[in-house]
Design a protein around this ligand. Sequence first.
Ligand code: C2E
Ligand code: MG
Ligand code: MG
Length: 568
Amino acid sequence: MKNILKSVGAKRRVLIVEDERINREILGNILMTEYEVVYAENGQQAIELLQKEADSVSLILLDLMMPVMSGEEVLKICRSNDELSRIPVIVMTQDDAAEVSSIRGGADDFIKKPYSMPEVILARCERIIELYEKKKLIDSAETDPLTGLYTRDFFFEYIRQLERYQDAQMDAIVMDIEHFHLINEIYGRGEGDRILKKIASVILAELSNGYGIACHCSADTFYIYHSCTADYRGLAERILKEMAAVSFESAKIRLRIGINQNVDKEEPPEQWFDHAKLACDGLRGDYTRQTAYYDSAIHDRQLYHEKLIRDIDSSIANRDFIVFYQPKYGIEGDRPVLRSAEALIRWKHPELGMISPGDFIPLFEGNGLVQKLDRFVWAETAAQIAQWKKKFGFALPVSVNVSRIDIFDPELEDRLTGLLNQNGLSSNELLLEITESAYSDNAVRLIEVIHNLRDKGFRIEMDDFGSGYSSLNMLTTIPIDVLKMDMKFVSNMLKDEKSLKLCELVMDISRFLDVPVVAEGVEEKAQLELLKDMGCQIIQGYYFSRPLPAEQFEALIQKEEELAAKKS
Ligand code: C2E
Ligand code: MG
Ligand code: MG
C-alpha cells in the first residue's frame, strides 16, 4: 500500500492536534518531509475535521492539555466511534503519568515533549501507520464483506490455531440452502444477499451461546465449527423462524444441515468438513429431513466410490468394462422389425462383481471421469458395428450415450468423425443419445454442438425425455431426430392415469416436432399395444430383450435375418 501511494507521488496525511503554535510548527516541519500535514488547534477542531475527512487521515498526533476539548476527550471519542477507531493515535506529553493513562485510554504510542530527535519521531509514526494498514488488509481478507463471517482460508487457519490450544470435542457442520440459485433468479440477488446475511447473523448469535467459529464458504454454503453440545435441529428451526420474520419470499427457503459429530482430530480439518458435506449432500431432494449425521453408511459409500474412482483406469485397460447391446424394434407393421440398438456399458469388476451403470455413471458424471468411459464405449461400439456390417453385409445402427460433460469437449466432433473414418462407417450408423437434462444445463452450447454434429450427418436422440425441464420453446429451437420417452412414464402407464396422459403428451409433442418416438422400458404386451395405438413407432425394453453381450446380440441379428428371409 505504501509503495502504491509513493509510486503515484501521494503522501499519507497526518493530523497534528496541538494548541501551542511553536510546537505545531516544530512537529509539522519534522513530518512534512514524509507526510502531508494538517493541523487542529484544539480537540473540538480536530473532531470537526475528522468527522468530515476521517478517510483521508492516516495518523493523529495528539496533545493532551488543550483548551475547549482536551486530548483525553478526543481519544475517548475516537475509540468509541467505528470509523475513527481505525486511525492510530500517538499522544504527545511531558508527563509520565499521562502517558500511562492515555495508553490505557487507547493511544497507540507516545512522543515525549520537548521534541528532540526527528528520526525517532518519524520512525515511530511510520511504524504505527504500517501496523494499522497491515491489520486493515488482514481484516479485509479475513472476513467475507457480505456476511461478516470468516472466509474459507482464514476459517481453516483459525481452526488449526484453536486446535493447538484446546482438545475439546467438536462438531463440523455444513449448512446449505436448497436451490439458492433459483432464489437469486426469482427474487433477485438482493433477496439472496438478505437471506445470506440473515443466516450469518443467526449463526453468529448461536456461536455466542457456545464455543466455535463459522465461515461463509461459498455462495450458499456455511461451515460451522462448534463445541459438541449444540442442538442442530433447533438451530435450523431458529434460522427458518427468523427468516420468516424477515420477508415472505425467504420464508420458503429450505436448509440442509450435515453434521460430522465429534470430529476425529487425527484427520485434517478439511476432511471433517468434507464428511459433514457428504451428509449434507445426502439430504438433497429429501423433503422429510433437514439434518443428517455423517455415519458409517455414508463412510462406507464414500470408500466404495473412492475404490471405483481408483479402479477405473485399470479396469479400462483390462477390459473389465463391457459393452452390451439392447435392441430397438420398429412396431409399425404386423411384425416387429429389428431397427437399431443401444450400447450400454457394464462393469465386471474383478473384486466387486457386476456393477450396474446406475452405481457408477452418476459418480463419474460428477467428477468428469465419465468421458473416459464414453470414449471407450464409442470406440468399442464403432468397431462392433463395422464388424457386423462386414459379417451381415448391412449396418445395424447403434446409439451411444453422450454425457452432458462430453458436450464441452472441444474435440467432440473430430473424435466422433475420426471413429467413423477408422471403421469405415457413415454418420447415420452411429447414433447419439443425449439426455434431456443436458439440454437445460447449457442450451446455447448444446444447440451449437448439435448443429455441428447434424451438419456432419449424425442423428441425435433426446434421451429420457420428460425427466428434464426443456420448455416447448426450447424444443423447437433444438434440432433433434428422435425423442426417447422417459422410462418412468412407460413403467407406470398401466398403473396410473397421469403417466398414461404423459405418454400421450410426449406423442403429441413428437407430432408437433415431426420426429419419431422411442419408448424405453417396455416390459409387457399391454404397454406395447397402448403405445402402438398412440402412434409410437419404436420400442426398446425387456419385452423384446434385455441388453445383451455382443455374441448374444449377434445371434439375435442372425435370427432376425433368418426370420425376415423366411417371410419374404
Ligand atoms: P439410458 O441411456 O436411458 O438407458 C436405458 C436404461 O434402461 C438401461 O439401463 C437399460 O438396461 C434399461 N432398460 C431397458 N429396457 C428396460 C425395461 O424394460 N425395464 C427396465 N427396468 N429397464 C430397462 P442401464 O443399462 O442400467 O443404464 C442406465 C443408465 O446409465 C442409462 O440410461 C444411461 O443414462 C447410463 N449409461 C449406460 N451406459 C452408458 C454409457 O456408455 N455412457 C453414459 N454416459 N451413460 C451410460
Ligand atoms: Mg440412453
Ligand atoms: Mg433413456
